[in-house]
Design a protein around this ligand. Sequence first.
Ligand SMILES: *Cc1c(COP(=O)(O)O)cnc(C)c1O
Length: 364
Amino acid sequence: MQDRVFNFSAGPAVLPLSVLQKAREELLCLPGFGASVLEISHRSKPFEAIISAAEENIRKLLAIPSNYRVLFLQGGAILQFAMIPMNILKGSGKSADYIVTGSWSKKALSEGKTQGECNVAWDGKDTQFKRKPSAGELTLNPNAAYCYFCSNETIEGIQWQAEPDTGDVPLVCDSSSDIFCRPVDVSKYGILYACAQKNVGPAGVTVVIIRDDLVAKSDDNLPSLLNYKKLDAAKSLLNTPPCFAIYMVKLVTDWLLEEVGGLEKMYAINKEKASLLYGVIDASNGFYTGHAEKEFRSIMNVPFRLPSEELDKKFQEEAKTVGLTTLGGHRSVGGLRASIYNAMPREGVVKLAAFMKDFAKKNG
Ligand SMILES: *Cc1c(COP(=O)(O)O)cnc(C)c1O
């Protein structure tokens, strides 16, 4: 256990230690069932209990209204980039609006265009994806099939503090890297989804929260596994789901409810953790520069740079020797990035902040 590092990976990412311990404890034998969750049928009683408990936990954490379905799907967030327009846009006679605030919403737009007409409601490219738009900057179509945004741009580290107001147009949100980091009013959304491997569990499952009237829109001619209506009717068990990943989602959401004590508490912890790192960046007299404009800074992903690429590299190498790992920025943007998801212990952030101060003193 002493070998465990503080892993700042953007995803797949750190999981709560108590969750890993519980999974290890139960790996050979689910209590009372004589077999591992890796070995049992997805149609068995114990698995049924696991998937319904995972759903119940998610409903409780986000206070999801009863007119929303919770689906456990495969293909990651990127399949949702295509499934959403496939089910909601194609054949609707409408277009969709996309708010492009960074790499992930940009990718969602390009996948969306494979299925129908997608318009850019705002593009942050010219301002290097350092901020989100103000309400007045958005070009929204009141007849759009939906308006798409990404609540936290994992690569650029910018986060929406409040959802854009799209009136009656359903709001569709990629919340892959900030779901469960704070309370959210689900009733404002048409679809809210997240791949698991940042803040919900391991890779392999994607949680899709979708309003009833949008589920009903799926065309019967879509292949079943791409069809929300059919996936919902089968309660996400149209075929064999990623059973172990769903089991882990249950454990992570148990942890959020029972150990953390819900999303208000998680939010307070996350804000404090993020302020430790941004505090060091702001007090470094320009040795460290953050990417996002201050008011749009993400509390989940903290990208920053040092005065040179050599120092970026030296920082990472030295950090690694003291157990602070995976601090490299995304391959598309370089620099450094500390991902401090829910499961990153405060202790890890405190240690990184101290390392940053010390490194600046020695190299500044
Ligand atoms: C990681 C990430 C994705 C990609 O998820 P996959 O599961 O690899 O498809 C999409 N959007 C956001 C915001 C992400 O952080």
